[in-house]
Design a binder for this molecule. Structure first.
Ligand code: IDP
Ligand code: MG
Length: 139
């Protein structure tokens, strides 16, 4: 295993319920270093660009409406095995299938409003980090 960087997001459903501190605190407890953190609101167009890989899926319109419905937090996270490690802490996409104690099991409302995002591979992590951050900004 190696030190990796990954892109996390706290989605609008979690920000609107006041869960930023809880989720960021959990990431710190799990050993992630926060290299960058931004609170922002995505436009519909930006949400479509971020989730372009899903543009043919039936939930694309609804997903990008949801992701542009309110503020999000973008997090640049670093840790040993950060990409798989973050997804393990997040839990399965569908909260009904998420393991007990994972963020999605604890906080997600449904399969769409599932509170958090994490990159799924080194290539997507690199692209998704660049979507929100300049590497030169990292501490
Ligand atoms: P992931 O976030 O666990 O990587 P993906 O399959 O990449 O899951 O889907 C991206 C996002 O699209 C999910 O986090 C969720 O918000 C939404 N999504 C995925 N599958 C469905 C679905 O079947 N119905 C509605 N929304 C979905
Ligand atoms: Mg995904």
């Amino acid at each position: 295993m190696a030190i990796e960087r990954t892109l996390g997001m706290i989605k609008p459903d979690a920000v609107s319920r006041g869960l930023i501190g809880k989720i960021v605190g959990r990431y710190e407890e799990e050993g992630f270093t926060i290299l960058g953190m931004r609170v922002l609101r995505l436009s519909k167009r930006q949400a479509e660009a971020f989730y372009a890989v899903h543009s043919e899926r039936p939930f694309y319109g609804s997903l990008t409406d949801m992701m542009s419905s309110g503020p999000i937090v973008a997090l640049a996270l670093e840790r040993e095995d950060a990409i798989a490690g973050l997804r393990a802490v997040m839990g399965a996409t569908n909260p009904e299938e998420a393991a007990e104690g994972t963020i999605r099991a604890m906080h997600a409302l449904d399969i769409e409003r599932n509170s958090v995002h994490g990159s799924d591979a080194p290539e997507t992590a690199a692209v998704e980090l660049r979507f929100f951050f300049r590497e030169s900004e990292f501490i």
